[in-house]
Ligand binder design. Structure first.
Ligand SMILES: Nc1ncnc2c1ncn2[C@@H]1O[C@H](COP(=O)(O)OP(=O)(O)O)[C@@H](O)[C@H]1O
Ligand SMILES: [Mg+2]
Length: 219
């Protein structure tokens, strides 16, 4: 099982929205079964899942203390991807969650405030030695700020080419436990979520390739 953690110090960056959307995108792409875990005391992701009618993706309650054991059990149960939502802070507890990640996604709004706060999340991922990438979220269309933000972020790490734009359907779709993939499967928002999932998935394939190449070189 691959564990994907959504983390960023900034509240409102889009962690919860992306956790739900990426898990649904993965299920719809046939890459599941997927499981969601909410480590934010505000429990927005859990609340979303509770009003959701569809069974998939699954949801697994877990306290921070239980997390390592829980992930092991979920892997044994056959889940392919786990998506973990986190609170907007940099605390020791988030550090332990990020340490469990196979991949960390850092949702970032293209705003000066959010960009200034990126450093600490990157430090955290670097500290625990986990691969990560930025995902630009809530971007205004045709905004120079988005281009500038992507350039600035790329100095700190990989930036997903798929940009999630600022659209009401992202928020509106989640009211009754759905995502844009269900409320507007042919819409632009659905298209960018599908593209973002393809990017995240490709990071696992790339890292596997890199490992295999290394193995070949070593003998
Ligand atoms: N791409 C988007 N377009 C429009 N609104 C969004 C988008 N992503 C998130 N939102 C809204 O912004 C707010 C914060 O998003 P959320 O995912 O809860 O962030 P976080 O979990 O990082 O605090 C929510 O009200 C959410 O509905
Ligand atoms: Mg949240």
């Amino acid at each position: 099982m691959k564990t994907i953690v959504l983390a960023s110090q900034k509240g409102g960056a889009g962690k919860t929205t992306l956790a739900a959307h990426l898990a649904v995108a993965a299920e719809k792409a046939g890459d599941g079964p997927c499981v969601l875990i909410d480590t934010d005391p505000q429990a927005s992701l859990a609340a979303w899942w509770n009003v959701r009618e569809e069974e998939l993706p699954s949801f697994a309650p877990a306290t921070l203390k239980e997390l390592p054991g829980k992930l092991e059990a979920l892997a044994k149960a056959g889940f392919v991807y786990a998506f973990i939502d986190t609170p907007p802070a940099i605390t020791e507890s988030i550090r332990t969650v990020v340490a469990q990640a196979d991949f960390v996604i850092i949702p970032t709004r293209p705003s000066p405030h959010d960009l200034r706060a990126v450093g600490r999340t990157v430090e955290l991922a670097a500290d625990v030695g986990r691969p990560f990438a930025f995902a630009v979220t809530q971007a205004k269309s045709n905004s120079r700020l988005t281009v500038q933000a992507m350039a600035a972020l790329s100095e700190h790490g990989v930036v997903a080419g798929a940009i999630v734009h600022d659209r009401v359907d992202y928020a509106a779709s989640m009211i009754d436990g759905r995502t844009v993939l269900e409320t507007g499967p042919r819409g632009r928002s659905a298209g960018e979520v599908i593209e973002l999932w393809a990017f995240v998935k490709s990071r696992f394939i790339d890292s596997k390739k890199a490992r295999n190449q290394k193995g070949t070189q070593n003998g």
